[in-house]
Write a protein that binds this ligand. Structure first.
Ligand code: ADP
Length: 208
């Protein structure tokens, strides 16, 4: 069956959740927990040219692509959104993974950075956006340091960016605070939002 034919027969439709917030706030940790709890939602993995960190798996945490592979997808218009982040590496959300999940009748969750989330909201106005914030900016520095995946210079760039990003919370539908050592609470809040959105009389479905 060719792709156009399939699109006509089964339009991809469902809920799209966009979980964003500054680097180090806990987006990946939240997504991990949804997976560990077998919460029924599909995480659409972002493609990136940044190097793989210890413990990260291709296709699970990110699609780790060489520059040429990334360029090929970009040229074919295969990204919902893409950007250079922190002037360093490129990140893009592959359209096909969202479409495939929606076609299977699954809702999806994306976890882009704040810049990416803004593009996704613009392209998919019905997407449900959730800003994950730390209790204060001071909380981010130790989290990034504890994660230990960036150089000191990279961490400084991320923290400076975070200060600006925190001003953008009003652009979102929901806000969750990820308090120190209380990830459980944030997980509960996220699940509550997802369940409530599914119970809407008129769900905010996205059709791709
Ligand atoms: P992001 O995906 O938003 O960049 P991560 O999920 O990688 O952030 O989290 C950054 C670091 O903070 C990780 O080392 C993670 O274990 C830690 N972390 C996440 N949530 C909490 C929390 N509630 N309290 C303390 N540390 C946390």
């Amino acid at each position: 069956m060719d792709d156009d034919h399939q699109t006509l027969e089964t339009p991809a439709s469902g809920l799209v959740f966009v979980l964003s917030g500054p680097s180090g706030v806990g987006k990946s940790s939240l997504i991990e927990r949804l997976k560990r709890d077998d919460f029924p939602i599909t995480h659409c993995v972002t493609a990136t040219t940044r190097p793989r960190r210890q413990g990260e798996e291709h296709g699970v945490h990110y699609y780790f692509l060489a520059d040429a592979e990334y360029d090929a997808l970009l040229e074919k218009g295969q990204f919902l959104e893409h950007a250079v982040v922190h002037n360093l590496y490129r990140y893009g959300i592959p359209l096909h993974s969202i479409r495939d999940a929606l076609r299977r009748g699954q809702d999806v969750i994306l976890a882009p950075d704040v810049q990416g989330a803004s593009t996704v909201r613009w392209k998919l106005p019905n997407a449900i956006s959730i800003f994950l914030r730390p209790p204060s900016l001071d909380e981010l520095a130790p989290r990034l340091a504890a994660r230990g995946t960036e150089t000191t210079e990279e961490r400084h760039i991320r923290l400076a960016t975070a200060e600006r990003e925190m001003q953008r919370v009003s652009e979102y539908d929901y806000v969750i605070v990820n308090h120190r050592d209380r990830l459980d609470q944030a997980v509960g809040d996220l699940k509550a939002i997802i369940v409530a959105e599914r119970l809407r009389v008129c769900p905010r479905t996205v059709t791709l």
